[in-house]
Design a protein around this ligand. Structure first.
Ligand code: HEC
Length: 557
């Protein structure tokens, strides 16, 4: 692993710098439009396929097939050329950059294309001179490049009127044209976030691997490269720690102040036991990437871009339970279904994940038994529950203390037909689930199964030993370690293109990763904002040292 990231860095530095558009010949917006208005209209076309008139963009593909962005995401530029416009090279499919700096320069060498490194002066087979406004319009409208070559059929031909074409071209000229904030001649600045209440152990378990990566790994190699090749730019990294205090509703303001004091390029990781919402909102609004925070309560949304989560957290366990209950157990429509949880953020996240997923597949209405703050459980509670909801499926999102006395469910005349509990709620107390209910108890298990992770744990431990970092919380440190591997790869592929959207675009092309302790695999992909997509459902054997058996694959379809 270590060798791989170092050699990446090496290749990166062998490839020469790419053309950069001069900042002083800023393009003029189309007549009658401010820069902001033209950018907004251009972005709507480029990202969402919406014309300034509000109508969907139309195009022709494969010669005569008409497509509209109203019916196909394929018709939007960002879908293929990525949000940053810097294109991609994925599975041997090359989508060239489509930002001004690259279009308005001749394309001569393979090295000038995204994702292709270490090819020196190798000529690009589809060489072309620099575009001008007229030839660019011809490429977008008729698929002809300035060398007269007809572009591949994959590139749609867009039917744009003169005005809309002008706006599109203005947008492309500005796309990824100025470095994002947080980048100086010598340095790229990052921050990470720790919220109040996180234990010192967890805090250090996250911070130490990240600091070691920045100082002892990346910056140490940059120092060497600066001596070896002083004629090139080699940027070191810095990592600020942003501490958020007090109530979550004050975090947004604190983040604004921290950012104003010292802008950063992106936020790496971060840890909070509370809701990630305010941080999420800040990052989306300010368009700052936030990659792989350790958040159990992420924002669940289908249309955000800047925050890339490990998983949907508790919500995802709720989803998994609902899918399993609907598909594997096929809960009959006449059985009762009850969710039991505390009225707090955690309980609500589980319940939302379960409820929203169940609605799509299950027939039965979901009843709820919500415990108010201070309301206790205990033997009588469980007895009562079993007699109120006979032969029911009980989905119980509670911690070990609340489960005291739950063996009453096993003693009831009419036992529940199924019980669901969460491994992340129970933590190390899994085996405290009493024998008498194990036959019908299913556990959502959002991690690798015991034993499966040994090799990768070893990997992380060795690295930490080598960096002289004590291991106090492997679950936290291994995620931080994984984050540093991803960041190392992405920054190496980024070369000199320090644009935030490109940083995230590059995460999106990383595909499947299996060298991660916590999950069997995580996958990155365009538009995907939760990398780990699975959760096991497991059962326990009886006895004081129960074995864990998985009843499902990692991803439950
Ligand atoms: C379905 C995928 C797809 C979509 C959507 C798409 N493109 Fe392309 N585009 C390509 C591919 C692939 C090429 C390379 C074709 C070739 O070299 O023959 C390309 C080439 C180009 C080129 C020529 C680049 C060069 O260096 O010569 C421009 C300019 C361009 N696209 C702009 C756009 C714009 C603007 C949009 C949206 C209005 C768009 N594209 C939408 C796939 C796409």
């Amino acid at each position: 692993m270590l060798m791989r990231s170092v050699s990446f860095l090496f290749i990166l530095l062998l490839s020469l710098a790419r053309p950069v558009i001069a900042a002083d010949n800023a393009p003029e917006p189309p007549a009658g439009l401010s820069v902001e208005a033209a950018m907004r209209l251009g972005e709507a076309m480029y990202m969402n396929g919406i014309l300034p008139s509000g109508k969907p963009m139309e195009a022709t593909v494969q010669g005569d097939l008409k497509v509209s962005s109203a019916t196909s995401a394929m018709a939007t530029c960002s879908n293929c050329h990525m949000r940053s416009g810097l294109g991609s090279y994925e599975g041997l499919v090359l989508t060239p950059p489509t930002n001004g700096a690259n279009l308005y320069a001749p394309l001569l060498y393979a090295r000038d294309l995204p994702g292709i490194v270490g090819v020196g002066e190798m000529a690009f087979e589809n060489q072309r001179p620099a575009y001008m406004d007229e030839t660019l319009a011809a490429a977008i409208q008729y698929g002809i490049d300035p060398a007269g070559r007809s572009l591949l059929e994959t590139m749609p031909r867009y039917d744009l009127n003169e005005r809309d074409m002008e706006i599109m071209i203005f947008y492309l000229k500005n796309l990824s044209s100025k470095y994002s904030p947080g980048v100086t001649a010598n340095e790229v600045r990052f921050a990470t976030i720790v919220t109040e209440g996180v234990s010192p152990q967890d805090r250090n378990s996250m911070l130490e691997p990240m600091k070691a990566f920045v100082k002892a790994e990346w910056n140490a190699s940059v120092a060497g490269l600066r001596q070896w090749r002083p004629e090139r730019t080699h940027r070191s990294l810095s990592l600020d720690v942003w501490e958020l205090k007090g109530q979550p509703d004050t975090w947004y303001g604190q983040l604004e102040a921290l950012y104003r004091r010292q802008p950063v390029f992106a936020i790496l990781g971060g840890i909070s036991y509370g809701p990630w919402g305010p941080i999420h909102q800040f990052c989306e609004k300010s368009r700052i990437p936030c990659v792989l925070p350790l958040a159990d309560l992420p924002v669940i949304s289908g249309d955000h871009f800047y925050t890339l989560y490990f998983s949907k957290g508790y919500y995802q366990e709720g989803e998994a339970a609902a899918k399993f209950l609907a598909r594997a157990l096929a809960l009959p429509a006449d059985k009762q279904l009850v969710q039991v949880y505390r009225e707090d953020e955690r309980g609500s996240a589980f319940a939302a994940g379960f409820g929203e997923t169940w609605k799509k597949s299950g027939a039965t209405a979901v009843k709820t038994r919500v415990l108010r703050a201070g309301e206790a459980t205990g033997r009588e509670f469980w007895k009562g529950l079993a007699s109120t909801y006979k032969d029911a499926a009980l989905v119980i999102w509670l911690g070990p203390a609340d489960l005291a006395g739950i063996e009453e469910l096993g003693a009831a005349k009419e036992q529940p037909s199924a019980v669901f509990v969460s491994a992340s709620m129970l933590g190390s107390a899994l085996s405290s689930i009493p024998d008498s209910i194990r036959d019908f108890t299913y556990i959502t298990y959002p991690h690798r199964l015991p034993g499966e992770e040994a090799l990768d744990v070893n990997n992380v431990e060795n690295w930490m030993k080598y960096k002289k970092i004590p291991v106090t919380n492997m679950a936290v440190s291994s995620k931080a370690f994984f984050l540093t591997r991803m960041v190392s790869t992405v920054l190496s592929n980024l070369r000199e293109d320090f644009y935030r959207d490109y940083f995230l675009d590059l995460f999106d092309v990383q595909g499947e990763q299996t060298m991660i302790v916590t999950y069997p695999r995580v996958t990155f992909g365009p538009g995907q904002r939760y990398a780990s997509k699975g959760c096991y459902i497991v059962t326990l054997t009886k006895g004081p040292q129960p074995k864990i058996f998985s009843q499902t694959d990692w991803v439950i379809y």
